[in-house]
Design a binder for this molecule. Structure first.
Ligand SMILES: NC(=O)C1=CN([C@@H]2O[C@H](COP(=O)(O)OP(=O)(O)OC[C@H]3O[C@@H](n4cnc5c(N)ncnc54)[C@H](O)[C@@H]3O)[C@@H](O)[C@H]2O)[C@H](O)CC1
Ligand SMILES: [K+]
Length: 671
């Protein structure tokens, strides 16, 4: 499954060949070769202002970034046409360019001029009052035509539609004219706005996006494997970013044009990684300009296989089961005993040394039936998982003993309220003595710990335990809400937010929850957004996008909680490591493992955020890199490319295989 471990390749490109010989630096030499699986270039995104800061030194040295961007866009356009089984040759293609007045429009004009040079029939619809002058000249010289949509436009050589008249081809409502062109086009190049967009689209671009965007958004369409040939014409190529998306925050503030492919220049922007904007980007092809990213902090990071591998602890020569990490679970309930089985089995199959389960008798019996290895005896736990399958305060008639136990477990994590009795040690809970009732348990969980809050074991707070979270907690507390649960948590802290608000602005809401609680926030969704601490008051944002749509199935969250608990226990088992600043990466790695298990279980090459393709000037290599995952997966499984339905248990069954995959990657790098 090559595509799972990002195929994208950074470095060794000869994109700069033929450029200004005066280039002295690493750009001229191409960036350093990076290992295939560990390339920050394809897994990090920077905000618009940061991208501008990184492009500035290159522009000052006279590097022709716009021409490089345009050539790359033209090559990508060609690759899109060529991969359509019934697609026209470039020379016969009808291309509609939507060009704004800024440099994004300039990129589009030069790109379209290259296609027109090869014989394509290109019409540019200008959405602003002006067009990039040199780009316009290039397109007109290459035989392209230009239609100005704004009656006040001042664009030399452009036709201006005139609704009053009725005599020539420019007559009629300009938007209708564009829609006619749209319907007859093979390819649309969307270059209305790039990183210069302010707020939601307004005016003519907004109207165009409303018409074209509405035509293209169908939430009922099936989740297909990556970059299948487009199901409909015209295909849309977005220049740098799809026009209308929130470049820095990943929101969709107004109308926008969803793309089949987005060709992104210099560096990824957050909208390429964050939901919901990432869904509008389609396949992302990233053009390397050789930016110096070393001094610019990453805004959003995509968790990679290589990063995940770093957090896994392989068994060592002298290990015993305790050294490998013990996971304690207070999950499952009389109402949902299955969650106990799922969370405990997931933890047990995810490379933990041992699993301790704590719950009502019936759930305990079910866990033992399915997992005879589970223990209920005394000993250490390096990480906890609480709340999966436990009704929350609104749904539990009386506060159950389980909820009380979780409340006690979480008490010592309350920041600023430390006033604990002498530690018997929280880590030593005598589960043997565990009663039918939880009375004694509560006593045993009395808030005690050694070495201060920092040394408390990491804990995953899921589902019904979210309303038991203390006001403020340290970062080793990971909360794992979905949109509705996050909204509820924020409401409990005075924010007027509902689930739709969270879905509209997942990053904003996860950041808010992190700010308010201090917890590491893992917001579940097709793309998972994690916000954790990267130092005092400094958030770290990591997303995971490798999950196939098949993974949205009952019990999936219980599996995530259990397997994340196991990952945290492995990390915490090495006591010399402080996890505080690693929690965001650990949580995202947990989501990656879960997503990969879902891909293996379903045999699907589909992913919410398909791997980023690095632009290659070599046409054959570019075509290969952009090829559908179904082709790459053809021999991997009989079910590729679509995959098959799965149950939570199927995902659990694949967890050992995920670890096996990691174990076979670059063994020399293992700790
Ligand atoms: N990343 C790189 O290294 C390079 C990127 N390039 C391209 O340049 C654009 C950014 O160009 P800029 O001129 O700064 O802005 P835009 O073209 O994105 O937008 C300006 C354009 O949009 C109009 N506009 C702004 N807000 C709105 C709105 N809310 N509604 C409607 N219209 C709006 C504004 O009036 C202007 O007309 C970058 O994305 C790349 O594509 C370069 O090629 C160099 C290298
Ligand atoms: K654009």
């Amino acid at each position: 499954m090559g595509s799972v471990f990002n195929d994208a390749h950074h470095g060794d490109d000869d994109f700069d060949e033929g450029l200004d010989d005066g280039l002295d630096n690493d750009f001229a030499d191409g960036p350093d070769e990076a290992p295939e699986t560990d390339d920050p270039f394809v897994s990090a995104a920077w905000r618009a202002e940061q991208v501008r800061a990184m492009e500035r030194p290159l522009l000052e040295r006279g590097v022709p970034l716009m021409r490089m961007a345009a050539t790359a866009a033209a090559h990508v356009a060609q690759a899109m046409l060529e991969r359509q089984p019934d697609g026209p040759d470039v020379a016969d293609a009808h291309v509609l360019l939507l060009a704004g007045a800024g440099d994004n429009g300039g990129d589009g004009l030069f790109a379209a001029a290259e296609l027109a040079d090869q014989g394509a029939n290109v019409v540019c619809a200008a959405t602003g009052r002006t067009l990039h002058a040199e780009g316009l000249r290039a397109l007109l010289d290459a035989g392209g035509r230009v239609l100005a949509l704004d009656p006040e436009a001042d664009i030399p050589g452009a036709a201006v539609p005139d609704a009053q008249d009725g005599t020539d081809e420019t007559d009629g409502d300009p938007l209708e004219r564009v829609m006619d062109l749209y319907e007859n086009a093979d390819l649309v190049i969307d270059a209305m706005t790039g990183i210069g967009l302010k707020g939601a689209l307004r005016g003519i671009p907004a109207q165009l996006a409303e018409r074209i965007g509405a035509d293209r958004i169908d939430p009922r369409s099936p989740a297909l494997p990556v970059s299948e040939p487009a199901a409909q014409y015209p295909m849309v190529l977005a220049v740098d970013v799809p026009s209308g998306v929130g470049v820095d925050d990943g929101t969709l503030p107004g109308t926008y044009i969803p793309a089949d492919v987005t060709v992104s220049f210099g560096a990824l922007k957050p909208c390429a990684l964050l939901p919901p904007a990432a869904y509008a980007c389609g396949q992302v092809v990233l053009v390397d300009f050789g930016f110096d990213t070393s001094r610019v902090p990453v805004a959003v990071e995509l968790v990679s296989a290589a990063e995940t591998r770093r957090h896994i602890r392989l068994p060592r020569l002298a290990d015993n089961k305790y050294a490998r990490g013990v996971v304690g679970l207070i999950t499952g309930s009389d109402a949902y005993p299955g969650a106990a089985v799922l969370s405990a089995s997931a933890a047990a199959r995810a490379n933990a040394g041992m699993v301790r389960y704590l719950g009502p008798e019936r759930a305990e019996r079910m866990v033992l039936d399915r997992l005879p290895e589970a223990v209920f005896g005394e000993g250490r736990c390096q990480a906890w998982v609480v709340g999966s399958g436990i009704p929350d305060g609104d749904h539990a008639d009386v506060d159950s003993p389980q909820r009380e136990a979780i409340r006690r477990l979480l008490e010592p994590y309350a920041v600023g309220e430390a006033n604990w009795p002498e530690p018997e040690s929280l880590l030593n809970i005598g589960l043997d003595d565990l009663p039918e009732s939880f009375e004694d348990l509560m006593a045993m969980l009395a808030p005690t710990y050694e070495g201060g809050q920092e040394s408390l074991p990491p804990v995953v707070v899921d589902a019904g335990a979210l309303d038991l979270l203390p006001e403020r907690v340290p970062p080793q507390v990971v909360i794992t809400p979905h949109a509705g649960e996050l909204a509820r948590l924020l409401r409990s802290r005075g924010q007027a937010v509902d689930a739709d608000d969270v879905e509209r602005d997942p990053l904003g809401c996860a950041l808010e929850a992190w700010r308010l609680t201090g917890a590491t926030v893992l917001l579940k969704g097709a793309i998972t957004v994690v916000v954790g601490s990267d130092g005092p008051d400094k958030p770290r944002v990591v997303v995971n996008g490798n999950a196939p749509a098949w993974l949205s199935t009952a019990g999936s969250g219980d599996v995530l909680a259990g397997s994340l608990g196991a990952l945290l226990a492995q990390a915490a088992a090495d006591e010399d490591r402080s996890l505080t600043l690693k929690m965001a990466d650990l949580a995202a790695a947990g989501a990656f493992i879960h997503g990969l298990a879902g891909q293996l279980a379903s045999g699907s090459g589909q992913a919410a955020r398909p791997p980023v393709v690095v632009y290659d000037e070599d046409r054959d290599r570019l075509a290969e890199a952009m090829a559908p995952t179904s082709e790459k997966l053809r021999d991997a499984t009989p079910f590729a490319p679509i995959g098959k339905p799965i149950l939570a248990g199927d995902v659990i069954a694949q967890l050992p295989n995920v670890y096996a995959l990691f174990a076979s990657m670059n063994l020399s790098e293992w700790n």
